[in-house]
Design a protein around this ligand. Structure first.
Ligand SMILES: Cc1cc2nc3c(=O)[nH]c(=O)nc-3n(C[C@H](O)[C@H](O)[C@H](O)COP(=O)(O)O)c2cc1C
Length: 236
């Protein structure tokens, strides 16, 4: 078994940003230039399915995971669990899982929509040099249950927060990330031999992107337009 569990004990980020001690209150000021850069990061973050083959530099994945762990979590439960999938045999199982799920999804469409779906590239599982399965631990000791009594699903939401933080951190480092959900989750958990109470939240492909785009690939391919300004905001 070459699957390696990357736990929260990964090495600390080698950041040039000031690292105030917990008792210090020297909070940085995020000036207009930073805000513009941050907006650019959000606008240029993409779901990436086309990767160059070269590996990530030594230590970068660990540094990105250390940043992902800064994500918020319900009750500070930090329920995210990462499995780095390196074994070719396990990767083949994930590909087979994806291909079966994708064929079933295609069968739900008909006519021109089915033809368009069949043309979409919906995962970079064969190319991505790094792959991570992200799970939520459904009974973490940390957090002592705070905040999740009435909404236990907040554990999965917390793991999603870590994924999004990782997504932005990766993009800032020039690394593309692609989220693959066209998978049968229990089969992924079983293939990776994770504990019973780990629930699959995401399967992620990471690597240097082949292309950079300001628009989502699904929009470019004519599957779905973005609807800016139509975010539902009800006032009561
Ligand atoms: C929860 C979640 C699951 C996703 N699953 C897939 C997937 O299985 N395959 C895929 O190609 N993209 C997947 N995506 C990426 C979305 O298609 C993508 O975010 C969306 O089209 C907008 O593009 P952008 O991320 O480049 O802005 C997923 C995204 C999220 C948030």
């Amino acid at each position: 078994m070459t699957t390696e569990s990357l736990s929260s004990q990964s090495s600390a980020p080698q950041s040039s940003a000031p690292q105030p001690s917990a008792s210090q209150s020297s909070a940085p000021v995020f000036d207009a230039a930073f805000q513009a850069q941050f907006e650019a990061l959000l606008r240029w973050r993409r779901d990436v399915r086309r990767f160059r083959p070269e590996a990530l530099p030594e230590g970068l994945l660990e540094r990105l995971l250390a940043l992902a762990e800064l994500a918020p979590s319900v009750g500070l439960s930090q329920p995210w669990r990462f499995v780095r999938v390196t074994s070719p045999g396990l990767r083949d199982k994930i590909i087979a899982n994806f291909e079966a799920a994708n064929a079933a999804a295609l069968a739900d469409y008909s006519g021109s929509r089915a033809a368009l779906y069949a043309r979409l590239k919906l995962a970079g599982l064969r190319e991505a040099p790094e792959q991570l399965a992200v799970f939520a631990e459904l009974a973490p000791e940390a957090g002592q249950g705070l905040g999740r009594r009435t909404m236990p699903e907040t554990l999965q939401y917390s793991a999603v927060c870590a994924v999004h933080t990782l997504w932005l951190a990766a993009r800032a480092a020039g690394i593309g990330l692609g989220w693959v959900s066209i998978l049968e989750p229990r089969a992924v958990a079983s293939a990776l031999s994770v504990p019973e109470r780990w629930c699959l939240v995401a399967y992620l492909c990471l690597g240097y992107p082949e292309e950079e785009h300001l628009d989502p690939e699904l929009e470019r391919e004519g599957w779905q337009d973005r609807t800016p300004g139509q975010t539902r905001l009800l006032t009561r």
